[in-house]
Ligand binder design. Structure first.
Ligand code: HEC
Length: 192
C-alpha cells in the first residue's frame, strides 16, 4: 500500500469512528442533562418540604392532605394523592399525572384567599371544601408575608412532585412540641 492510500485509510477509519461515537455521546449527554434537571427539582422539593413543615403543615397536614387527611387540618389538600381523593385533580394533556394548577397555587400562596368567598371561581368539588372565615393567609413578601419568591417556587416544586420522604425528614427537625402537636392533629382524623 502506498503512503497516500495508507493516509486515506487512516482518515476513513477515523471518520467512521466519529460517526459512531458522536451519537453515543449525544445520547449520554441528554441523559446527563435529564439527571441534572431531576437533581435540581429534587433539591427544590427538599427545600420546599422544610418550609412546608415549618409553615404550612399546621393547616395542610403532615402529608399535605389538609382536611382530607384530618378534619383538624383546615387547609385544602395539596398532596396530589389527597387531591385525587377530593376530586381536585387536573389531567395533563399527554400525561396521566395529576398536579395542582401551578399558576393558581402561586397566586394563592403569594396573596392568600378568603375562604367561602362566592367571588372565588372554585370548582364544585372545591366549593365543598371552602368555608367562610377559613382563609389562606398571604405569604408573599409583596403581600406582607414572610416568604421570599424563590422559597415560594420551592413550595410549588413540592406541590407538583410531592415527596413524603423529604417531608418526613423535614418534620423530624421540628421542635418536639410542634411535631407532637401536628401528629395529634393528624391522628384526630384516623378513626373516621
Ligand atoms: C392558617 C391556616 C393555613 C396555613 C398556615 C396555610 N394555609 Fe394554605 N390554605 C388554607 C385554607 C383555609 C385554604 C383554602 C381557602 C379557600 O377556602 O379558598 C388554603 C388554600 C391553599 C392553596 C390553594 C389550593 C387550591 O386547591 O386552590 C394553596 C396552594 C395553599 N393553601 C398553599 C399553602 C402553603 C404552601 C402554605 C405554607 C406556606 C399554606 N398554604 C399555609 C389555610 C392555610
Amino acid at each position: 500500500m502506498d503512503e497516500l492510500s495508507k493516509k486515506f485509510l487512516i482518515g476513513l477509519v477515523l471518520t467512521m469512528a466519529i460517526i459512531v461515537i458522536l451519537p453515543i455521546y449525544a445520547i449520554r449527554e441528554t441523559k446527563r442533562h435529564t439527571s441534572a434537571a431531576e437533581r435540581f427539582t429534587e433539591a427544590a422539593v427538599e427545600r420546599g418540604a422544610i418550609t412546608f413543615a415549618t409553615t404550612c403543615s399546621g393547616c395542610h397536614g403532615i402529608q399535605g392532605g389538609g382536611k382530607v387527611e384530618s378534619p383538624s387540618f383546615i387547609g385544602f389538600p395539596l398532596n396530589p394523592e389527597f387531591r385525587e381523593k377530593a376530586g381536585l385533580v387536573i389531567k395533563l394533556p399527554g400525561g396521566d399525572s395529576y398536579v395542582i394548577d401551578e399558576d393558581v397555587a402561586r397566586k394563592v400562596i403569594h396573596r392568600g384567599r378568603i375562604g367561602g368567598d362566592p367571588t372565588n371561581s372554585l370548582s364544585p368539588e372545591e366549593k365543598k371544601l371552602t368555608l367562610p372565615n377559613l382563609n389562606m393567609p398571604a405569604w408573599g413578601l409583596d403581600d406582607g408575608g414572610p416568604i421570599k419568591d424563590f422559597a415560594i417556587e420551592d413550595l410549588i416544586a413540592l406541590l407538583q412532585h410531592w415527596n413524603q420522604g423529604a417531608m418526613d425528614e423535614a418534620l423530624s427537625h421540628l421542635p418536639a412540641a410542634q411535631l407532637d402537636g401536628l401528629k395529634a392533629q393528624a391522628a384526630a382524623g384516623q378513626n373516621r
